[in-house]
Design a protein around this ligand. Structure first.
Ligand code: HEM
Length: 234
């Protein structure tokens, strides 16, 4: 029953929320699709957090997407033990790289006075969801080997069953709790995108930040009493 609710019904509620939210945000406030750069407030720790986080997580998500689209290729690759170890070791290293970056970003957001002044409850929630996602992802990889195999064999068929509107929770109902938290939390992550600074994840533009030279970004956002004092630093 609980499995049916979490993995048979909730995916549709949360995905509808995500799609409706994206359409609403696009129509109502088109120019706010940014992560609201705080680079002009603090740059050094941002650099050491942002690069490992974005490179680590984007490569891991690319792996998840490849597994979703062509699971047979992953299973074929994994059929030789050496290649399986290489894939798992790469995933694990990228996971730790992302965790290091994320912890650095969290530390910066909570300890730098100026950045903290601009951190809302939503931001803290987003960081918490991301932290849960990365820690449970690493939990999957470390506790339940070989994740890339059972991802292709259990999680991927479940995702396709949801995407084809014939949800089959049997694929995931016997997975460990850590994995279930990882999957459910991913859906929360997608539902939160339109309502938070994660919105920058949807637009293609920010990806060029990974290789273009740094520049200072200005926000499009009405001044409030809370942010007024920061204007003098520009
Ligand atoms: C927001 C979306 C997601 C993020 C950010 C994310 C992040 C991560 C991270 C950081 C890892 C550890 C690195 C690794 O060893 O590969 C991981 C592993 C894993 N994730 Fe996710 N994940 C997401 C969505 C999902 C979903 C939707 C599923 C399944 C339906 C899933 C299933 C797995 C599995 C099975 C592993 C273990 C892989 C292995 O051991 O090789 N993830 N994920």
């Amino acid at each position: 029953m609980i499995n049916t609710m979490l993995f048979g019904a909730a995916p549709y509620v949360l995905l509808t929320l995500a799609i409706a939210g994206i359409i609403y945000r696009y129509t109502m406030s088109k120019y706010t699709w940014s992560s609201q750069s705080s680079q002009f407030l603090e740059n050094r720790t941002l650099f050491f957090g942002s690069f490992p986080w974005h490179y680590g997580i984007m490569l891991i998500l690319t792996g998840h997407i490849i597994g979703l689209i062509i699971p047979s290729v992953i299973l074929g690759w994994n059929s030789a033990p050496a290649r399986l170890y290489l894939l798992e070791l790469t995933g694990l290293s990228l996971g730790f790289l992302a965790l290091f970056g994320l912890l650095t970003l969290i530390y910066r957001r909570l300890t730098n006075v100026r950045v903290k002044a601009l951190t809302s409850g939503w931001d803290v929630l987003v960081l918490l969801i991301l932290l849960i996602q990365v820690v449970t992802g690493l939990g999957n990889a470390i506790l339940y080997r070989w994740g890339s195999n059972w991802y292709a064999g259990a999680a991927v068929p479940w995702m396709w069953s949801v995407l084809s509107f014939q949800p089959n929770v049997d694929f995931v109902s016997n997975l460990p709790v850590v994995t279930k938290v990882h999957i459910f939390n991913a859906m929360l992550f997608f539902a939160l995108i339109p309502f938070s600074r994660l919105a920058h994840f949807v637009v293609i533009n920010p990806y060029k930040y990974l290789w273009r030279p740094y520049q200072v970004v200005r926000w499009y956002r009405p001044r409030t009493a809370r942010t007024e004092h920061l204007v003098q630093y520009k």
